[in-house]
Write a protein that binds this ligand. Structure first.
Ligand SMILES: *Cc1c(COP(=O)(O)O)cnc(C)c1O
Ligand code: SF4
Length: 431
């Protein structure tokens, strides 16, 4: 089930037999973790100077590349290769730019217990693993991932589970890391069982790069574990169409056939995928493999990522090229994860051109400018969140969100707020 290049490549490993190659544990054991091994396996040589720089980078941010992922590199065109750029260290990672931050998303500040980030009202991020098969050079958690001091142990996981148990508003748990699929089937089964046993948990999500970098990890036995704990959603991370190979297709098929809904979260990366045509090819390949593009992330402000960042305009240009031009479910949501911990903020081209009291002017993807006439008589429904006595007569048992938040609150009838005022505001402080 391997591609031409994988087959050719396998011969570079003395014990790289067909069955070993597709054994995920063999892959992990043979991960390329040094510049020397990289040179040896690919039969190339860096200059002494280059090597010294690379070594400095590796000392700061560890390297690990699965033989499978390495085999996708086109060595004839290595420096421009999207697989190479995502996996092989670059001396540019040592450049600290003016806007770099240690923890740009303030994940630590929103962390009630060590492996949980609780940022949104009804869902939490649960970091259950600290290792990855391949260390993405663009990883936002670069500073932590691979650091042996922050591997969450069973006790820490139990503390996380305890927090979720006690926090009744959490209905969605997002397992991430590191890569949760690097845990053993038994350990993952244990975590999923514990979470599933909590009454208020409605859904579990797993974020994993394994389908792209170690597709053989998606074994029948892992799929059976996931199947046992439905609803479990899996979010993959494919950033370039080249990552979708015969082996990764097999992995995706196994997951989809088991009824596991699949999404994809890409990161917009300079010189990797910052191109409307590459992105269009990627989303088309994803949906052909039953994966729904979910997010396109603007690259974060973490240290060591400056060479990967694009202007936001590039993301908007990509969105412009997708919306309307291709199937709606091929289009991810482009988001900027707000520095300082504000969460994901969606960014879109503007389609609303102007507005009067009864007319809205819009433009479509082709540039056609159109008017939408609003109703002359619309009787707004006054809502004081008293659903029992509302004209709409929805019998919503779970209309449990009592408090409106943010701009939603300003729009709501049941709240008197007329403005949102920043916590630090000199003018209001003077009052
Ligand atoms: C992304 C993220 C989530 C999940 O957000 P969704 O928009 O629901 O996918 C939850 N918590 C944290 C801290 C996150 O960064
Ligand atoms: S798989 Fe995720 S956590 Fe691991 S290195 Fe890549 S981006 Fe970071």
């Amino acid at each position: 089930m391997t591609s031409q290049s994988e087959q050719h490549f396998r011969s570079n490993f003395s014990d790289g037999t067909e069955s070993n190659w597709s054994d995920w544990k063999w892959q992990l054991k043979h991960c390329i973790r040094s510049v020397e091994t990289f040179e040896k396996v690919l039969g190339i040589q860096f200059s002494a100077e280059e090597k010294e720089d690379l070594q400095k980078t590796v000392n700061k941010f560890p390297v690990s590349i699965t033989p499978y992922y390495l085999s996708l590199i086109d060595t004839k065109n290595m420096n421009e290769d999207p697989v190479f750029r995502q996996s092989f260290p670059s001396v540019q990672e040592l450049e600290v730019s003016r806007c770099d931050m240690k923890d740009p998303l303030s994940e630590d500040a929103d962390s009630p217990v060590p492996c949980i980030t609780h940022r949104y009202p009804d869902r939490v991020l649960f970091l259950v693993s600290n290792t990855c098969a391949m260390y993405c050079r663009h990883c936002t958690r670069k500073r932590k991932v691979g650091d042996i001091d922050s591997i969450p142990d069973r006790e820490q996981i139990l503390k996380g589970i305890q927090y979720i148990k006690e926090t009744k508003q959490v209905r969605d748990v997002l397992l991430s890391g590191g890569d949760p699929f690097l845990l053993s089937d038994e350990y993952l089964d244990w975590i999923l069982t514990e979470l599933q046993a909590i009454d208020h948990i409605e859904v579990i999500r797993i974020g994993s790069r394994v389908p792209a970098v170690l597709p053989f990890r998606i074994t029948d036995s892992l799929v059976n574990v996931l199947k046992k704990h439905q609803p479990v959603w899996v979010n993959t991370q494919f950033n370039h169409p080249r990552e979708i190979t015969k082996s990764s297709r097999t992995a995706l098929r196994k997951l989809a056939d088991a009824g596991i809904p699949l999404g994809n979260q890409s990161v917009l990366l300079a010189c990797v995928n910052d191109c409307p045509r590459i992105m269009r090819a990627l989303v088309h390949k994803l949906v052909a493999n039953r994966v729904r593009p979910y997010y396109l992330y603007q690259c974060d402000l973490s240290e060591g990522l400056s060479h990967f960042r694009t202007p936001i305009g590039k993301g908007i240009e990509i969105m412009e090229s997708l919306i309307g031009h291709t199937s709606g479910f091929c289009v991810p949501r482009y988001v900027i994860d707000a520095p300082g911990g504000g969460g994901k903020i969606p960014v879109m081209p503007n389609y609303l051109i102007s507005w009067s009291t009864n007319k809205v002017i819009l433009r479509n993807y082709e540039g056609i400018i159109t008017t939408y006439k609003e109703p002359d008589s619309y009787k707004p429904i006054f809502c004081n969140r008293d659903c029992e006595n509302c004209d709409l007569q929805l019998s919503l048992d779970d209309a449990d969100e009592q408090k409106a938040l943010g701009v939603e609150k300003l729009l709501s009838d049941s709240d008197d707020a007329i403005s949102l005022i920043p916590a630090e505001n000199e003018r209001t402080d003077r009052r």
